[in-house]
Design a protein around this ligand. Structure first.
Ligand SMILES: CC(C)(COP(=O)(O)OP(=O)(O)OC[C@H]1O[C@@H](n2cnc3c(N)ncnc32)[C@H](O)[C@@H]1OP(=O)(O)O)[C@@H](O)C(=O)NCCC(=O)NCCS
Length: 141
């Protein structure tokens, strides 16, 4: 069963390992800062760490999912969906933003499947690979 929680210092090594396996060995300091400031979420199944997400709290005043990474061995099992569902549930705002590169078809398919809509494009971040912004309006009780 996939369980999502806010990540703690004890999750740091697994976070580094997932990011390294996904091709990003260079983000350790960023992940450490995210855990310290309580902006990181970890998905696990018992003792196995499956994936993580990092949010930023101020994308033009709104929460923004900045990183969403699932270990390559555990993809297409609902891990990213579980992380996003947890972030939505605990989101203090009425909308949640995220983004991905134009070249990233899996992420675009994921965000569309989870009910996000396109909300603009930012050029000139990565060369020749625009950043697509997505938003989801959240229903509040
Ligand atoms: C994108 C990513 C986070 C998806 O994680 P995941 O745990 O595999 O996603 P889920 O299992 O929750 O997928 C839910 C749905 O999204 C869509 N989807 C996810 N990955 C897909 C892919 N590779 N191709 C097509 N559709 C995909 C499907 O509709 C899927 O449902 P299905 O498996 O029943 O068809 C993962 O591939 C990843 O870590 N990629 C590298 C990092 C990245 O690109 N992050 C996102 C941008 S910050």
């Amino acid at each position: 069963m996939i369980v999502v929680e806010r990540a703690t210092e004890e999750d740091l090594l697994p976070l580094f390992e997932i990011d390294r396996a996904a091709g990003h060995p260079e983000r350790a300091a960023e992940l450490e800062e995210a855990v310290k400031t309580r902006r990181a979420y970890i998905a696990r199944d018992q003792d196995t760490h499956l994936g993580f997400a990092v949010i930023k709290r101020d994308f033009f005043g709104y929460p923004f999912i900045a990183l969403l990474v699932v270990h390559p061995d555990y993809r297409r099992r609902g891990v990213a969906s579980a992380l996003v569902a947890y972030i939505e549930k605990t989101c203090p705002a009425d909308r949640l933003f995220t983004s991905t590169n134009l070249s990233n078809q899996p992420a675009q398919a994921l965000f569309e499947r989870l009910g996000f809509s396109r909300s603009g494009i930012i050029e000139n971040l990565d060369d020749d690979d625009p950043e697509l912004i997505y938003v989801k309006r959240l229903k509040r009780d």
